[in-house]
Unconditional design. Structure first.
Length: 151
């Protein structure tokens, strides 16, 4: 029996958040290597899609370097208004599973689920429900990693 002083903490982080968001809202970009760039015309990639990462295109890389690796890479400007809209939906979904949600960044948060585990079928029940709701309410192209920790 676990010690009652242990807490169950979930760490949830979107995968390739800005790029996945772009792909979710523009199906023509899905399954393609994309690099998200700043809207101010800078030539640095601030996020890359899963498909681009597999090819070696990383955050912080210059666009000309990415083109050398993959001439077909598509660059899209960041859309922070949309990212914030998605983030608010994400936060609200998570707040339905615990009142103790700590936002770490626009696509990452922690949930102290200790006191609500029994309401949702345990930790894996909460994880399953959150993932299903992200898919249904935000979109199937935006996925998240969920890690379980205790303290």
């Amino acid at each position: 029996m676990p010690n009652s002083s242990y807490k169950t903490i979930l760490h949830i982080d979107f995968d390739s958040s800005f790029a996945s968001c772009g792909q979710q809202y523009n199906p023509k970009l899905q399954k393609k290597p994309i690099g998200v760039t700043a809207v101010n015309g800078r030539t640095c990639i601030i996020a890359s899609s899963r498909e681009a990462k597999i090819l070696g295109i990383k955050t912080g890389m210059r666009t000309f370097e990415a083109k050398k690796i993959c001439p077909s890479v598509t660059f899209v400007p960041a859309n922070f208004v949309r990212y914030w809209e998605v983030s608010k939906k994400f936060i609200n979904i998570c707040k339905d599973y615990s009142p103790l949600v700590e936002v770490f960044s626009i696509d990452e948060l922690f949930i102290d689920a200790t006191s609500t585990l029994h309401l949702f079928g345990g930790v894996y029940g909460i994880i399953s429900k959150i993932k299903k709701r992200i898919k249904a309410e935000i979109g199937g192209y935006i996925t998240a990693k969920i890690r379980i920790g205790t303290r």
